[in-house]
Design a binder for this molecule. Structure first.
Ligand code: NAP
Ligand code: MG
Length: 474
């Protein structure tokens, strides 16, 4: 049993202003795995005050001072990576190989990227008579979801630290453990008191308090579209900068060429990774209509071959995050059946032989793009295969979505892949598996605004100042 009974405010582990705790459920066992201390609005006020005091000093530290601290964090993060991975596995159910692999690797990648960007970044540049200077925006409220907990906390905390901002992190209630360890890492790496603060607890209470707070300059939020909309409204009265990373229904376009089977297999396996709980997941698989039968066969075989079970074991897929999420996904599977989509793998209920836990069957439908299961984000291991007539049709289907976060194009002709990627109305397109920590990540349309990752993510935390001198005489 884990016990984390303190909040992290002003460089110290403190009791919540009002004594309150919450139990955390392990989604694989449906049993309580531990207890955390939960904060109230008074704790947010304390944390914001600490962050405001600390901003005066932290915002004027040198690049070298911040690099030193980030490198100390890097060493400590690497030392505790296994622990972080185990926390992720327990809190949200990712299988060991993924939790102790890509989950924690992503956090480290964002940390190392922040260090690289900081070392090279030009905080001042001259344009004619004007010096353009970039300065840290101030006190930041960071609100994160449970699906890739280390990725999402690290992609905010490290650029914020690197730019000279101070912050209050509000981690997700469903997955609070890895954030707790991360706070311990920051504490023992010499981050000055008040620069980083963490208050666990309810988003509706603490997230709202942060968003409306007079003394918070920016909110960076990753999560669902409805909460993103609410945050935008709540932040309006104090004219905060708001960065939103929301949901998606991203298209994975498999081009008509020899590698079709391999690409369909890869796309299907990819969709089931992290139990489909990835905002940029390629949840609409677009295949050439003439080769639909072949694609269906490969997608169904791949989904049926995904091993599901106890995340501590050697499996490809664990449970989804909670019973609530399980029920939501079941409703979508039922909806797909009801609206006449063709179910070709998986379906309702738990996988065979599993009697307990939030385990969902890797599921594949063949559908049309107007169906609910092709339009709404399911956030579970449910793939929708959609046939297309030609490239124009594929692009039209891909872009016929209220979202615009990710996209994937796979094929053997690199130039053709890139031409298709150019036409997609999304913020991030991976071509044949391409991946880059420096590539800006974020959404068009209702998938959000702003960009994270790399230099673009760093600049989210900066204000721009112009200092204009008189033109030289003559
Ligand atoms: P969520 O319900 O929107 O919650 C995200 C965070 O916001 C949690 O910490 C939550 O607190 C907090 N929150 C809830 N209500 C709030 C309010 N009124 N004001 C301020 N904060 C509030 O999202 P989720 O269910 O955790 O995550 C799944 C969603 O996130 C999916 O839609 C997914 O696509 C999206 N997502 C997007 C990205 C991206 O980068 N674009 C990445 C990952 C996930 P609680 O702990 O109380 O819930
Ligand atoms: Mg939620």
């Amino acid at each position: 049993m884990r016990e984390y009974l303190k909040l992290y405010i002003d460089g110290q582990w403190v009791n919540p202003a009002e004594p309150k705790t919450a139990e955390v459920i392990n989604p694989a066992t449906e049993e309580v795995s531990g207890t955390i201390a939960v904060g109230s609005v008074a704790d947010i006020d304390r944390a914001v005050a600490a962050a405001r005091r600390a901003f005066a000093g932290w915002s004027v530290t040198s690049v070298a001072q911040r690099v030193d601290i980030l490198q100390a964090i890097e060493a400590e993060y690497q030392r505790r990576m296994q622990e972080l991975g185990e926390a992720v596995m327990e809190e949200m159910g990712a299988p060991a190989s993924l939790a102790c692999g890509f989950h924690t690797f992503l956090g480290l990648g964002h940390l190392q990227t922040a260090i690289t960007v900081l070392k090279e970044y030009k905080f001042e540049e001259q344009r004619g008579v004007t010096t353009i200077r970039r300065e840290p925006i101030g006190v930041c409220g960071l609100i994160t979801p449970w699906n890739w907990p280390m990725n999402q906390t690290c992609v905010k905390i490290f650029p914020a630290l690197a730019t000279g901002c101070t912050m209050i992190l509000k981690p997700p209630q469903l997955a609070p453990y890895s954030a707790q360890i991360l706070a311990e890492i920051l504490h023992s790496s010499g981050v000055p008191a008040g620069v980083f603060n963490m208050v666990q607890g309810s988003g509706a209470v603490l997230g709202t308090a942060l968003t409306k707070h007079q003394d918070v300059d920016m909110i960076s939020f990753t999560g669902s579209e409805p909460v993103g909309v609410q945050i935008s409204k709540d932040a309006a009265d104090t004219v905060k900068r708001v960065g939103l990373e929301l949901g998606g229904k991203s298209a994975f376009i498999v081009l008509d060429d020899a590698a079709l089977a391999d690409n369909v297999a890869g796309a299907t396996a990819g969709m089931m990774g992290n139990s489909g709980q990835t905002c940029s997941a390629g949840s609409r698989l677009l295949v050439p209509a003439a080769r639909l039968d072949e694609a269906k066969k490969v997608a169904a075989e791949t989904a049926n071959g995904v091993s599901v079970g106890d995340p501590t074991g050697n499996v490809a897929m664990g449970p989804v995050v909670s019973k609530g999420q399980y029920n939501t996904i079941q409703d979508y599977i039922q909806k797909g059946i009801d609206e006449g989509a063709e179910l070709i793998a998986g379906g309702l209920g738990r996988p065979e032989g599993i009697a307990k836990g939030a385990f969902v069957r890797p599921t594949v439908f063949v559908a049309t793009n107007d169906m609910v299961i092709a339009r709404e984000e399911i956030f579970g291991p449910v793939l929708v295969v959609i046939p297309y007539k030609d490239i124009d049709d594929a692009v039209a289907i891909a872009n016929d979505s209220t979202f615009g976060l990710g996209g994937y194009v796979n094929g053997t002709d690199a130039a053709q892949c890139k031409a298709v990627a150019r036409r997609m109305r999304t913020g991030w397109v991976s071509i044949n598996g391409g991946f880059d920590f420096h590539a800006p990540f974020g959404g068009y349309k209702r998938s959000g605004n702003g960009r994270e990752w790399g230099e673009f993510g760093f600049e989210e935390y900066l204000e721009v100042k112009s200092m204009i001198e008189p033109a030289p005489a003559g």
